[in-house]
Design a binder for this molecule. Structure first.
Ligand code: EPU
Length: 324
């Protein structure tokens, strides 16, 4: 179902920022900074100002025989940027192909897929300080406090630092990550088992994602609706004793990450549908809107899934998109 913002504008030039920050709708609030919108669930109209960050531009800052540092503006489409870097022969982002959304959202979420997180390639995040007339602030990677689908931008910096551009260090001597899931198998099927290039890895990722994950332009969805839960290793062991085939990964000292998709799937909810709100038939972690489900209906389905997984496995699932 469509939702509306009380006031909407686009920020396409940083020189407009001070005027925007001084404007009546901004001062009145609330304010939502929008990238591609692919990781949001609106449960109703937005009562304040929505600003679409439409800053564009890709600039090479440094380059030598081994690597390049490239800056991309926040409003650049993520996948378009990844394809651009690969076309230039720069490696590093190939496993993150076809992720919906914008460059500016990538550090906020620390987007990740197929064994790679974007933090691995980020050198600095360029921000505007909204509490200081939009003055530029440069955050080094350590200041971003990246975690699993997490960063400082979801915490202390939220509402204060607007990501305006991201700087990436990319390599001209690629080290491919093909160990995760089906990538090796897909490369072999493409006849690229040996000597695959970063573009081949990108193609493999595109094929796997297209087969499993619905295209948000065709079937409304926000990607994985829940994060993979990270629980105490002891609790995980007890769970694994009862469910030895539950996919799990080490997640730092004394912690284990579980596959939420498996938990939802085995709770019998894969393909489950209530009206136009449903659990995707090929990936249980993705909730889809078959047409006219409202954000509230999607949210009701999400809560039902949380309750079912809690009852069956004693594990709390946390939503991954921002629910408004
Ligand atoms: N699984 C099932 N049934 C399902 C779904 C998954 O049994 O319906 C099992 C799979 O067989 C596999 C395990 O669960 O053993 C993990 O599944 P998958 O490799 O598909 O990845 P995921 O953990 O479900 C995460 C990310 C995705 C990312 C993939 C690939 C999160 C929340 N999601 O999903 O990211 O594309 O890994 O790296 O971490 C997103 O964040 O929006 C997103 C799509």
């Amino acid at each position: 179902m469509d939702v509306r913002a009380a006031v909407f504008c686009e920020l396409s030039d940083l020189t407009q920022l001070p005027a925007l920050l001084a404007s009546e709708p901004y001062r009145r609030g609330p304010v939502l900074w929008l990238g591609g919108g692919s990781n949001l669930l609106f449960t109703g109209d937005y009562p304040g100002l929505v600003v679409k960050v439409a800053l564009t531009g890709i600039t090479v800052l440094r380059e030598d025989d081994d690597e390049v540092v490239v800056e991309a503006a926040a409003g650049e489409n993520w996948h378009g940027f990844v394809q651009h870097t690969l076309a230039q022969g720069w490696a590093g982002l190939e496993n993150l192909s076809l992720i919906p959304g914008t460059v500016g959202a990538s550090p906020i979420q620390n987007i990740g897929a197929y064994g790679v997180e974007v933090k691995n390639c980020i050198t600095e995040v360029v921000c505007a300080d909204l509490h200081d007339d939009g003055a530029e602030r440069l955050l080094a990677t350590a200041d971003c406090r990246f975690g699993y689908r997490d960063s400082v931008f979801k915490h202390e910096a939220s509402g204060r630092l607007l990501v305006t551009a991201v700087r990436f260090r990319l390599s001209k001597r690629p080290q491919l990550h093909t160990g995760y899931g089906d990538i090796g198998k897909e490369l072999a099927a493409m006849g690229k088992g040996d000597g695959a290039s970063p573009r081949d890895v990108s193609e493999a990722v595109i094929r796997i994602r297209s087969a499993k994950l619905p295209d948000p332009l065709e079937l409304g969805n926000a990607g994985s609706f829940f994060k993979n839960p990270i629980i105490d290793a002891g609790a995980a062991e007890a769970l694994l004793a009862r469910h030895p085939d539950l996919p799990h990964y080490p997640a730092g000292a004394g912690k284990t990450k579980l596959a939420a998709g498996w938990l939802i799937d085995r709770a019998g909810l894969k393909g489950y549908r209530e009206g136009d709100a449903g659990v995707h038939a090929r990936q249980a972690l993705v909730l889809v809107n078959y047409g006219h489900a409202s954000g509230r209906e999607i949210w009701a389905l999400a809560q039902k899934i949380q309750a079912a997984v809690m009852e069956r496995y004693g594990v709390q699932l946390e939503p991954e998109p921002l629910v408004l």
